[in-house]
Structure formats: structure tokens, C-alpha cells
Design a protein around this ligand. Structure first.
Ligand SMILES: [Mg+2]
Length: 112
């Protein structure tokens, strides 16, 4: 599946990277998924987030949420419940900078 992650509030908060991103992305890839980042702030912002998360080598592509997406969005993860609920998404608890945060592991559990 093509798994899309929102950036702000989902993977990054206040410039801090959410824990377990690398581990979870690697696990998704191991299970045959492709990981993408998309953001309303655009693809270059999404790419800079990947750098901060140290997952650049694991991400298949970066998009703006406003762009035409050239692949099927099979599953997406977002901290905004409204957006997630209306688009067959997975709502994730917003990241608040907690270094012990384990929310991302739920995504891996759901998809593997
Ligand atoms: Mg967000």
C-alpha cells in the first residue's frame, strides 16, 4: 500500500521529530508498503521534515496535499480527526513533543 503521513502534528511538533519514525517506516517498507510524506506546507517542507526525522532514505516521495498525487493514496495518517475521518484515514494522536511517544507504532501494528 501507499502510506501517506501528514507532517505537522503527526511527525513533527515545534521542530521536534516524533520518536520511532525511522523504525516504523522501515517496518512498513519491510512489509511491502511505500511511505510518502505530504503537507499543506508543500513538498520541500515535507522533505526537510524527513531530514530532521532521518528517514530520507525510506521515503518514496513528497507532495503537497493540494497537488495531484500520481499514485493511489491507500492509507494515510493524520493528526486532524476531521481530515482522517473523511478520507479513509487513520487518526493519530497529535505529537506534543513527548520523547516517550509511541503512537507511530500503532500505524505499524495496523498495517502489518
Ligand atoms: Mg497535521
Amino acid at each position: 500500500m501507499n502510506v501517506f503521513f501528514d507532517v505537522q502534528g503527526t511527525l513533527i511538533s515545534g521542530g521536534k521529530p516524533r520518536p520511532l519514525a525511522k523504525e516504523v517506516f522501515a517496518g512498513l517498507i519491510e512489509n511491502g508498503h511505500h511511505v510518502y510524506l505530504w503537507s499543506t506546507a508543500g513538498p520541500s517542507y515535507a522533505r526537510s521534515a524527513a531530514k530532521l526525522l532521518e528517514v530520507e532514505d525510506l521515503v518514496f516521495g513528497y507532495y503537497s496535499k493540494h497537488d495531484h498525487i500520481p499514485v493511489t493514496v491507500d492509507f494515510f495518517v493524520d493528526d486532524h480527526a476531521d481530515f482522517a475521518d473523511h478520507h479513509n484515514g487513520h487518526h493519530i494522536h497529535p505529537f506534543d513533543g513527548d520523547t516517550g511517544d509511541t503512537e507511530l507504532r500503532k500505524v505499524l501494528d495496523t498495517l502489518t
